[in-house]
Design a protein around this ligand. Structure first.
Ligand code: LLP
Length: 411
């Protein structure tokens, strides 16, 4: 798929001078999102899965500018909450391109989504527990229903993001066909769904393949009982390389393996990647506040921390880092830490970087997915700003939170 650009955009491929200018103009910490890269990633997914329904798992980045870009690129929206459904509608997704995957849904979420469904009756609701169906019935819902199965096989970059076999998610696969038959009478049963986990690499492709094989079997069983389903959604989770040396996922190979494992079904294949769409379309810029010699390390304190980018603290995730202020300085091993009062607030340890000095700007790679989305205001730290780049323009897409914003809910 040469026409949709390289398979991966590494941190080294970003224009350091241009990023530095953005840090000067918009200050730090700052998220930068390249909309063209989002478009290219969507195109690559559509090329690899030409006859599948590709839905964007918007939990990776639910900002309006990204959502509009994804919608224009032809992907549908997979939503994890009423808030995400509302954001998808606000970004112009029509109901038939929205799937709400209800995980232990709070009553307020069901109220809101069912209300929206009345205006957008082609919206699909995926349930992962039998009693969610009762709760939907109580609210008068009789629309497009999808059942989330727990296929008993999971995958992913960290145990905290493996969902396929985790008891919290889905209905045990062996019970799904009976429920499908039962619910088909009162709802428009359109599909089945499962998600192995997040950050699937070439190495755990066998787990993905096994999940898809089980979903193929389940689909055939249901179709033999109630007729064709519209789709079988085998989840997202396609990994991206976080380390500079890691090879990109061979998306065509994943697509081929998926098709082969699914086997013959009437239903259209659906996938729902989040990370793959936005991870390498984003960088985080942060400024060095302090540099100090600790007992066994040089600690570089920056103005972004675990409240800005949680992944390193939560999953020990690796993110590439560049010193864009002094790319040619002599390299030295450093620990890069944020301003939060937790020892987990460390972006990397003993990483060799061109010697960072006070005032320098560091760029953090692959920050487009699960970056801003997982940010918080812990320690009363305002959330960062975000700009979106397109071919000729830079736009402030989320303003920086202020100290006044922080206390604005208190009464
Ligand atoms: N579909 C469902 C039902 C999901 O739960 C998820 C992710 C996805 C699709 C998209 O997975 P992706 O293609 O983005 O890997 N915060 C973690 C990732 C958590 C993902 C949770 N579910 C991280 O930063 O690695």
């Amino acid at each position: 798929v040469d026409d949709v650009g390289p398979a991966v955009r590494r941190l080294a491929d970003w224009d350091g001078e241009a990023l530095l200018a953005l840090a000067e103009e918009y200050e730090t910490p700052l998220y930068v999102v390249d909309r063209e890269r989002v478009t290219a990633n969507c195109a690559r997914l559509r090329a690899a899965f030409p006859d599948a329904d590709v839905k964007y798992a918007m939990k990776a980045h639910a900002g309006q500018s990204v959502l509009r870009t994804v919608r224009e690129a032809g992907l549908d929206a997979e939503c994890a909450s009423a808030g995400e459904v509302q954001r998808a509608l606000d970004a112009g997704f029509p109901g038939e391109r929205i799937q709400y995957t209800a995980v232990n849904p709070p009553a307020r979420d069901l109220d809101h989504v069912v209300e929206r469904w009345r205006e957008h009756p082609a919206l699909t609701i995926t349930v992962g527990a039998a009693d969610t169906v009762e709760r939907l019935r109580d609210r008068g819902f009789d629309g497009r229903l999808c059942i989330r199965a727990n296929p008993g096989v999971g995958a992913g970059h960290h145990e905290k993001v493996q969902t396929g076999a985790n008891a919290k998610f889905g209905i045990p696969a062996e019970r799904v066909a009976d429920l499908a038959e039962q619910w088909d009478a009162d709802f428009d049963l359109v599909g089945v769904h499962a998600h192995a986990g997040s950050g699937i690499s070439g190495e755990d492709l066998s787990d993905h393949r096994e999940l898809v094989r089980r979903m193929g079997e389940l689909t055939r069983e249901i179709e033999s009982r109630i007729g064709p389903l519209s789709f079988v959604d085998v989840g997202g989770g396609f990994g991206v390389p976080y380390r500079e040396t890691e090879p990109p996922l061979d998306l065509d190979a994943v697509a081929d393996a998926t098709r082969a494992a699914l086997g013959d079904v009437e239903a259209t294949l659906a996938v729902e990647p989040g990370r793959y769409v936005v991870a390498d379309a984003g960088v985080l810029l942060a400024r060095v506040n302090t540099v100090k010699q600790a007992r066994d390390a040089t600690v570089v304190g920056i103005d972004a921390g675990m409240t800005t980018l949680l992944r390193p603290a939560m999953y020990d995730a690796y993110h590439a880092i560049r010193n864009i202020s002094a790319p040619d300085a002599e390299s030295t091993p450093v620990t890069v830490a944020g301003p939060i009062c937790e020892s987990a607030d460390v972006l990397c340890e003993h990483r060799s970087l061109p010697r960072p000095r006070r005032g320098h700007v560091l760029a953090v790679g692959n920050a487009g997915a699960y970056g801003y989305e997982m940010s918080s205001t812990y320690n009363s730290r305002p959330r960062p700003a975000e700009v979106a780049l397109s071919e000729t323009t830079v736009r402030l897409t989320r303003r920086r939170e202020t100290l006044t914003d922080l206390t604005s809910l208190e009464q």
